[in-house]
Design a protein. Structure first.
Length: 134
């Protein structure tokens, strides 16, 4: 994978696979480094299809490191790019909750309920926050 990335530095797919292996082997800090390098290579104006999975992987690695604020920041562009992805929306909800960002937590719970209006956990969490539904 490193050879593939060396030949084509903007190949975020290879970085995502390497980062998955690093996370699964208990090395999330190294996964963060790999993904941040890959995202830097494609640049901030890269199309979403080039950065989507790298942003998700980065969010997962940051969350695993106990850095939910940064994880939420990484998930945000992926949620915008894939607004119907329930698993991704739930990951962002967890990051928002863990970070203590009440506004983002409420917004993302409502987003989950727009995807799945029957999602019991999202309804309960939103009710606990004292908010109305979507």
């Amino acid at each position: 994978l490193r050879e593939a990335r060396a030949l084509e530095p903007a190949l975020t797919e290879a970085a995502c696979i390497e980062a998955d292996v690093l996370r699964e082997t208990g090395r999330p800090a190294e996964a963060v480094s790999v993904l941040r390098d890959a995202l830097a290579q494609v640049g901030p104006n890269a199309p979403a299809h080039r950065t989507h999975f790298a942003n998700i992987g980065l969010g997962e690695a940051l969350f695993a490191l106990g850095r939910p604020d940064e994880a939420l920041h990484s998930y945000s562009p992926a949620v915008v790019a894939a607004p119907h992805d329930l698993r991704l929306a739930l990951a962002a909800v967890n990051a928002a909750a863990a970070s203590g960002n009440g506004a983002a937590h409420r917004l993302l719970l409502n987003h989950v309920l727009r995807i799945d209006p029957t999602h019991a956990e999202a309804k309960a969490a939103l009710g606990a926050l004292g908010g109305g539904g979507y």
